[in-house]
Design a binder for this molecule. Structure first.
Ligand SMILES: Nc1ncnc2c1ncn2[C@@H]1O[C@H](COP(=O)(O)OP(=O)(O)O)[C@@H](O)[C@H]1O
Ligand SMILES: [Mg+2]
Length: 380
């Protein structure tokens, strides 16, 4: 019997939902089917408003958005299963990341809040659903992020070369994997991924993102501005560390300089360079032995960003695609893997990455009602 899990991811870019159906039979990793569902603009705007640091929202609005996202997550699972022609009863569990509306790992009462009610997902799909992955790590004094490094290790560690996996979503995070499997994994959020570029092109040209970095490429990088932004203390903070859109926003840019007094495309070029250089600096500082950089997440499609990264790294910078996994599938597959860890009573966090005092089993389990599922063998 195949051992099937579904991973659901919707990241800080607010672009939409990624759903991956993954087969783990024999401890191998194989993508069976993938589906992407973009968010309607109206939903994006509402979530954007709800997640502002100073947002005024009612509990009613918050609860309704939690439920609405739960329905959207459930619907994409059902569509994914129909596309794959696989019955829900064959799936052991869903791992649902949820949508981050606030990430505050450094506050006195630290928290990270993901919404998309897993009760709705379990009920509507019939499949056992694991959700709320980050808060247990935070309770164990971790950052609650990044959580993908353990999966990156399982999927990409190689005995012949030191690799660094870079996930460029709204925020960018790196996972440095030594060729020595007993060496500790290094991983943290480096800072902005696509988020500043997305916000600036939305404001200036009403586009969701800068396709291939084409607009940025028409501008000139203003290195003085980039150097000013690089003074932000986050970049020099020692890991473990994680961040979010609460910190890296346009208000963050404006506090350093008046973006409107420069050519808009030069600002875009500079923000693109900021993303590239802060990732490269982080790799050089924390994983100087890196022999290959593998990029995943939506930023992997930004050709100009990758070109800038390649110019600033001595080793090859490539998409994960040639190394087994399509860059758009990695994060959703990671949450399928994390759900499997949880069902097998295995930890999902790497405490050296998140800074937690313990390795912990992540997430809450919401039982499904399609029997025959959730009976995965424990493989380790
Ligand atoms: N062709 C492309 N060119 C440039 N950027 C892209 C392209 N495709 C996707 N992106 C970027 O990737 C983002 C989505 O990446 P994703 O990995 O889904 O991030 P998240 O995990 O934050 O949702 C988009 O908002 C956009 O900035
Ligand atoms: Mg996304």
């Amino acid at each position: 019997m195949p051992e099937l899990y579904i991973g659901l991811m919707s990241g800080t870019s607010l672009d939409g939902i990624d759903a991956a159906l993954v087969d783990f039979t024999g401890d191998k990793l194989r993508l069976i089917e993938f589906k992407y569902q973009p968010f309607p603009t109206e939903l994006q705007n509402t979530i954007q408003r709800l997640s502002k640091p100073d947002a005024l929202i009612s509990l009613k609005e918050y609860g309704a958005m939690d439920a609405r996202l739960g329905h959207l997550f459930a619907d994409i699972v059902n569509a994914l299963l129909a596309k794959a022609d696989i019955p829900a009863a064959s799936v052991s569990a869903i791992g649902s990341h949820g949508l981050t509306v606030y990430h505050a790992p450094a506050d006195k009462f630290s928290f990270s809040l993901q919404i998309g009610d897993p009760n709705v997902i379990a009920e509507k799909t019939g499949i056992t659903t694991v959700a709320d992955f980050r808060r247990r790590d935070i309770a164990a004094k971790g950052q609650g992020a990044p959580l993908v490094p353990a999966f990156h290790q399982a999927a990409f560690q190689h005995p012949d070369e030191h690799r660094c996996i870079v996930n460029i979503g709204g925020i960018a995070n790196i996972t440095a994997l030594s060729k020595d499997p007993s060496a500790p994994v290094i991983g943290f959020d480096t800072g902005p991924g696509n988020t500043l570029m997305d916000l600036w092109i939305k404001l200036q040209r009403n586009q969701q993102y800068d396709k291939n970095g084409d607009w940025a490429q028409t501008g000139n990088i203003n290195y003085d501005l980039v150097n000013i932004l690089k003074q932000d203390p986050y970049f020099n903070l020692a890991p473990p560390k994680s961040t979010g859109k609460e910190h890296f926003s346009l208000a963050w840019v404006y506090q350093y300089f008046d973006a409107f007094s420069y050519k808009a495309e030069d600002v875009q070029a500079s923000l693109c360079f900021l993303t590239a250089i802060t990732i490269c600096d982080a790799i050089k500082k924390h994983a100087p032995d890196t022999e290959r950089v593998l990029i995943c997440g939506g930023g992997s499609h930004n050709a100009y960003l990758l070109e800038l990264m390649q110019q600033n790294m001595e080793c090859p910078v490539e998409s994960t695609e040639r190394y087994g996994l399509h860059p758009d599938h990695v994060e959703a597959m990671a949450f399928a893997w994390l759900a499997r860890q949880t069902l097998n009573n295995l930890p999902g966090n790497l405490k050296e990455v998140t800074g937690a005092i313990n390795s912990v089993i992540l997430g809450g389990i919401y039982q499904g009602n399609k029997k025959g599922a959730a009976s995965a063998p424990c493989l380790r």
